[in-house]
Ligand binder design. Sequence first.
Ligand SMILES: C[S@@+](CC[C@H](N)C(=O)[O-])C[C@H]1O[C@@H](n2cnc3c(N)ncnc32)[C@H](O)[C@@H]1O
Length: 175
Amino acid sequence: MRKVCILRLGHRPERDQRVTTHVGLTARALGADGMYLAADDAGVVGSIGDVVERWGGAFFVEHRVPWKKCIRDWKEKGGIVAHLTMYGLEVGEVVSDIRQRTEDLLIIVGAEKVPGDVYGMVDYNVSVTNQPHSEISSLAVFLDRLFEGREIEHRFDGAKIRVEPCGAGKRVIEL
Ligand SMILES: C[S@@+](CC[C@H](N)C(=O)[O-])C[C@H]1O[C@@H](n2cnc3c(N)ncnc32)[C@H](O)[C@@H]1O
């Protein structure tokens, strides 16, 4: 099966820890395999690692990743790259093309301003509306469109705990 990973650009450890952690948790929950972080932040790696340890699956986070090399290496190995940006082509126009391709997919999301080079290095610049919002929301919508909603039913192997859905209150099962 094709691998789907995230490359997180522009992370500032002093202010983006929570958002970047949520980018990773969203990616994991919605079917991605891992996240490359183009910054030095062991805290993010640790927080997401703790979730994987308890909630299962094999999602990985790698930090201190040089972003240009990450994109080049990904493409050299035959993968394709999509950058989420409000300036790109509308997701509805391109997502079926991306879905039909079988190559591994790297999805880039930014924090503040994304370096201009990124736009020319990728295969797709994709917008989720042409309005400014957030890397978390754009990633969530993109993954849901990519996987056509099937990611919601995914069960995570090796979980120590699992939620039993219920209409009222909380039911958590220790496995
Ligand atoms: C807070 S935004 C910063 C955008 C910044 N002004 C720029 O020009 O790159 C952070 C990230 O959210 C994502 N994002 C925000 N709005 C988006 C949209 N409408 N469509 C796709 N991605 C979006 C992009 O990945 C962006 O780099």
